[in-house]
Design a protein around this ligand. Structure first.
Ligand SMILES: [Zn+2]
Length: 205
């Protein structure tokens, strides 16, 4: 019996069945025959394209946070607000819990996620594991469900339509930046970051 190296084996996350890995064709998905869970997908995007995409997301993220999101007009008075303007207003209106939740899911978690991914990808480009590779990979996995820009964009659109009854509502560039960011996040959520385990070698210590 030949010895299989750990890299040539694949373990189903759901039922723990072990499989021998084979190279996937473009667009192919390997499924577990026992429980139908996805084992592995073909990676269309390499480390370099992911890094480029991440850089784009970071630029859009900065714009989404700096630019005003909506302008509300009432009796000829206009007031534009940014995401941070909204969060500060919520804080002052005794809605501290909502303010903290919004700040975390729309700002701190996405930012932490992008910085962590950028750090990992930057080293992966040269086939190396970044310092703190394992805790960061675990952290990224945990933080995943807590970035909710897509929920925010939908909520903001609904609010804009509703507020139209009472105010003059003008959508500002910030909301479009958020829409683009949502698109980029959707692309990223389809990327299986586990590929970094395979593409990087453990550095000799
Ligand atoms: Zn399985």
């Amino acid at each position: 019996m030949g010895q299989a190296s750990p890299a040539s084996l694949l373990i189903c996350e759901h039922c723990d069945t072990v499989y021998r890995r084979r190279a996937l064709e473009c667009g192919e998905v390997a499924c577990c025959p026992r429980c139908r869970a996805v084992l592995e997908r073909h990676h269309r995007l390499g480390v370099n394209s992911l890094l480029a995409l991440l850089l784009t997301a970071m630029i859009v993220f900065v714009q989404a946070n700096i630019w005003p999101i909506v302008t509300l007009g009432l009796n000829g008075q206009y007031s534009a607000t940014t995401l941070w303007g909204m969060i500060i207003t919520m804080w002052q209106q005794q809605a501290q819990v909502v303010a903290v939740l919004a700040a975390c899911t729309l700002f701190f978690f996405p930012m932490a996620k992008m910085l962590m991914m950028g750090w990992l990808l930057w080293f992966a480009r040269r086939g190396r594991r970044a310092p703190g590779f394992v805790p960061l990979m675990v952290g990224l996995h945990r933080i995943g469900p807590w970035t909710m820009s897509e929920v925010f964009v939908l909520g903001a659109l609904v609010a804009i339509v509703k507020a139209h009854v009472y105010f003059e509502v003008i959508a500002d560039p910030g909301i479009y930046a958020y829409a683009v960011l949502t698109l980029l996040i959707t692309i990223f959520s389809g990327v299986d970051l586990r590929l970094l385990w395979d593409e990087t070698a453990e550095s000799p210590t």
